[in-house]
Every structure is written in C-alpha cells, then in structure tokens.
Design a protein around this ligand. Structure first.
Ligand code: ADP
Ligand code: ZN
Length: 537
C-alpha cells in the first residue's frame, strides 16, 4: 500500500496511525523513535509487552521513506520473526526474514529485494548476520547508503551472566566499526545492572542513549508464603481466590508437573500439564486449549511461557523457587497482561534454597559464572525473606526507585519480625558440636530435633541428648528454626553437602558465632486473602 509506493516524507506519528492503526505512542516509545529516526544509537530497556518492536519498526519505515534503505533486525527467535514479518506485510510494509527454514530460491529472492533497497525491514538470526557472505552484502548496501539501521532484539543474549547467552551475539560488535554512521538500537526486557553493563560493553554502545521504562506491573499482587504443604496451600489459594480462572503453576521438574496436574484434576481443578518431555502435538494441544478455553490452569516447567500472549491469566503460582529475580519477574509477568488485578504467588522453603544452591555448585560452569549465579540467587532469597515491600525490592533490583506499593503481601499485612540473632548462634554451635562429637554431619531435621530437645531414636542412637546444645532452643518453633536455617544457608554461613543435605559450617559462620551478624526474621504468617471485591480479609 502507501508505504511502499509513495515518496513524500512521513512523520513517526503518521506511521503509527496509518500503518499500525494506533492513536498514540506509549511511554518512552515516542522519544526512542525520534532519537533513532534522527540516527542516534539507543539501548532500550522495556518490560515484555511494553512495545519494543515499534521502537525500531517506525524509524525503519520513516528512514526507508527518506531513501535510506533497509533496516536489519537481529533476532534469535524464529517464531517471532515469522509473526512480525507476517504482520508487517499485512500492514503494507515490505519485510522479510532470512533463516534456516527457507529454500535456496526463497533466500535468493529475499536477497535481491534487500540488495535493491526495496525491502524496509529484514529480520535475521545473529549467526547469519556475521557470515562473510552476509557481511559482504551489508558492505555493498552501506557503500550505496542503503543500510538504514540495525535493531538488536533480545540484546541480553550477549551477556554471559544470563541463561540466554548466545555466542553469536558477541560477533555483533563488528557492526559498530564496520558500518559507521548506521544507528543501532539494542532492545531487551532484562534490565539488571550487570546485564546492562555487559550489553553496553560488548556491543560497543558506550555513546548510546539509554531508555529505561518502568518495570512496574501495578496490577500484579506479589505474595511469597512459607512452604508448609505446598499442594494444599496451592489448592487453597486457587479455591479461595481464583476459582474457575486461568492461571499458570510453575514447577521445577517434569515429574512434579505431571503429579501436580493430576492431583489438581482429582481435586476438581481444570488443569493440564506442559513440559518439554511431552510429545510436540500434546504440547501444542495443551497450549492451544489454554489460549482458547476459559479458566484452564496450566501446570508447567519454564518450557511454557516464551511467546505466550494470553491477556487474562489471573495468577501465576510458583511451587518451586525460580533461578533468580529476572526469571521470577518474567514468569510472574505473564499474569494480568490485560491490566486487571492478578496474583503472583509463590511458596518457598528450606529445600528450595538447598536445591538451587546445589544446582549451581554442581553445574559444570566456571567459578566466575557460578559466583554470579550465587549472587543472583541471593538477591532472590532476600526478596523471599523480605519483611518490607516486595515491589520496592523487585524494582530496586532493576535499578528503579519506588515507595511501598500497598499491593503486596507485606504491604497489606506487615509481618511481625523477631530477633533471631541468638537462635542463629545456637544453631551454628550445635552443628559445630556434632562435628566435634565424632565428626558426623546431620541434616536440618535432626538439628532442629536436637535444638528443641526431642528424644528421637536418632538422638538416642548418637547420644545427642548429652550435647550441651540439646534442648537449648525449645522456645523457638520448628517453623522458626527452618527460617533461621534458610537464612543461614542463604547468607552462606552454612552449606549443605551430599545426598542427605547434611549441614556444614563455612568460614563466615565465625562472624555469626561471635555475635557480629544481627538477624531479624519475619514471623511466620498466613497469606492475606482477597475477596471478590478486592478487599483483603
Ligand atoms: P515487547 O516486544 O516489548 O514485548 P511488543 O512490541 O510485542 O512488546 O508489543 C506488545 C503489544 O503492545 C503488541 O500487541 C503491540 O501491538 C502493542 N503496542 C505496542 N505499542 C503500542 C501503542 N503505542 N499503542 C497501542 N498498542 C501498542
Ligand atoms: Zn508492597
């Protein structure tokens, strides 16, 4: 239609209205579009669903009309390329993608369109862009002034600290030196400081303008509850607050996905499993049903979610701890896309801390990588143990300053705290006594029994009732002891070992034993409930 043929200049605003049919730019879009259209480099940090695509599509269209030729979009996601190109062509914008799914003839046809400068947007995977053949084609376009801009989508893939690292992204730094004067727009929904610095350095974006949109999702209510009986807690949560509504329940393992889905069904919840071990057609069927039908609960591993765009997901529940805050944010962010109230609910317990730590420790990655992963896990644990506003902490992680939100569990029902400094010392000295007393190591259950002075068979067998630490913590509940241990493990004063997760002191335990570390913990509470009217009961 008009965009292909006419040659009068276009303004971003008219492209937005005439090509995309939208009335106004959202948030920072307008500024980003102006900056990129004028030829500036940009780093765009915007949450998923924030509208990143328009930030390069509109400049590409405007610049094409100015006779500046083709915009090249780097994207790792084939499905996304396919969708976007389809939508652009539908809107009358000449766009295409190059990837491994095309035949030779198709590829050659697209290359001709590109080399003539007729194409407005070309999408390609990073591994293609950095081939000598493709670079030679870009050189030719550049010499003729027909290379209008580069958009680098999912730019966090260049960072080795994330789970999406792609070797091919590193080679994209050639774009900077080789195509001087061609603006580059890097975009991502991952905004923590570490990743941001990595993107700037590796993609040579030191002089780019940085646009950070708010990551706040005000309609999502965050709640993190202590794991007691996770399934029962989940059922109560769904029954009390989300009966008959669509939601996602994330579990860590395939087995747990299957078991949880079966169990929910047996309890009368309309649930389906989803994980990478299911046949492709089963997965597709379940996904389609989730998107089409009302009120389905999808029990899934993290394999479910990428590109799922269902607006009325009313809750996301985690039965296991995600890897880090970015994952937590991405996964919970699938709730409430329609802007209506939604819940992000998670149960978490001692075993989660132990498991996640162990997964990092036992991974084959290098020490530096592991250290970064541990740091990220610690930040998530701090969020889970927090007794102040969850949202303030979540946003702070993404570099955003905010004030208490009034829409998270801690704001709604501020938890009481208790001073666990002395209890922490008792727990550590008890672990120390075990070790002194024959070099044996024990797990959390036994430790708590000894502290609480319970004469179990195991206590008798090891004669632990004669330890000086036997019964010194009878005044502290078992639940509180678990919280103390979680915290000690989370802070790295205790580590767990082997199949039985036996406890061991680390060198830093000494600081706690000397009374140098103060520990204020949240008092166990019940989850706040929201009635149908949105009031908290
Ligand atoms: P992201 O890539 O940041 O996840 P998208 O670019 O896919 O987000 O945009 C998310 C949704 O918002 C899309 O359906 C898009 O059409 C819509 N959208 C983006 N910008 C606007 C706007 N200015 N007005 C209306 N809808 C918009
Ligand atoms: Zn809050």
């Amino acid at each position: 239609s008009s965009v292909k043929s006419a040659s009068t200049p276009l303004s971003p605003q008219s492209v937005l209205q005439e090509v995309f049919g939208y009335a106004a730019f959202r948030g920072a879009q307008s500024e980003i579009v102006d900056h990129a259209t004028a030829g500036g480099d940009a780093l765009v940090l915007m949450p998923t669903g924030g509208g990143k695509s328009l930030c390069y599509q509109v400049p590409a269209i405007v610049r094409h009309r100015q006779g500046r030729g083709v915009a090249v979009v780097v994207s790792p996601l084939i499905a996304l390329m396919h969708d976007q190109v389809g939508a652009l062509e539908e809107a009358g914008v000449h766009a295409a993608f190059l990837n491994s799914t095309l035949t030779l003839e198709e590829t050659q046809k697209i290359e001709r369109e590109m080399m003539s400068g007729r194409l407005v947007l070309l999408y390609a995977a990073p591994e293609r862009i950095t081939t000598p053949r493709f670079l030679a084609q870009l050189d030719s376009l550049h010499e003729r002034g027909l290379l209008s801009l580069f958009a680098i989508d999912e730019a966090h893939c260049v960072s080795q600290w994330g789970h999406d690292f792609r070797e091919d992204y590193l080679a994209l730094n050639v774009l900077h030196e080789r195509y001087e004067g061609v603006p580059r727009i890097a975009l991502t929904a991952t905004a923590d400081e570490l990743t941001r610095r990595d993107i700037i350095e590796r993609l040579q974006l030191q002089s780019a303008r940085i646009f950070i949109s708010s990551f706040d999702r005000p309609n999502i209510r965050y709640a993190i509850v202590e794991k007691d009986n996770a399934r029962t807690q989940l059922l109560r949560f769904i029954g009390d607050e989300h009966e008959g509504e669509a939601g996602v329940v994330y579990c860590q393992s395939r087995k747990k996905v299957e078991e949880t889905a079966d169990w929910l069904v047996s309890e009368g919840v309309n649930a389906l499993p989803y994980h990478a071990g299911l046949d492709a057609d089963v997965r597709k069927k379940h996904q389609d049903r989730f998107l089409r039908e009302d009120g389905l609960v999808m029990v899934a591993t993290i394999a479910f979610g990428m590109g799922i765009d269902k607006p009325d997901v009313r809750f996301v529940a985690h039965l296991d701890l995600p890897k880090n805050i970015e994952s937590y944010y991405q996964e919970t962010g699938r709730a409430g896309r329609d802007g209506l109230p939604a819940d992000a609910w998670m149960t978490y317990g001692l075993a989660d801390v132990v498991n996640q730590r162990r997964m990092i420790d036992e991974s084959p990655a290098g020490e530096e990588f592991k250290r970064a992963q541990r740091g990220k896990l610690d930040a998530l644990l701090a969020l889970a143990e927090a007794h102040d506003c969850r949202r303030v902490r979540l946003l702070a992680y993404f570099g955003e300053h905010s004030t208490p939100c009034g829409n998270c569990d801690n704001c709604l029902v501020p938890p009481a705290t208790w001073d666990a400094t002395e209890s922490a010392r008792k727990a550590l000295s008890c672990i120390y006594r075990f070790h002194q007393n024959g070099g044996q190591r024990f797990g959390a259950g036994h430790l708590i029994d000894v502290l609480r002075g319970k004469a179990t068979d195991k206590v008798t067998q090891y004669r632990h009732q004669s330890l000086s630490t036997f019964g010194i913590g009878a005044d502290v509940s078992e639940q509180q002891w678990r919280a103390v241990l979680r915290q000690l493990i989370a802070l790295g004063h205790v580590q767990t070992e082997g199949e039985y997760n036996t406890l061991e002191l680390t060198p830093s335990a000494r600081q706690v034993l000397r009374g140098e570390v103060q520990m204020l913990l949240r008092q166990p509470t019940d989850t706040p409930k929201r009635s149908r009217t949105g009031r908290v009961t």
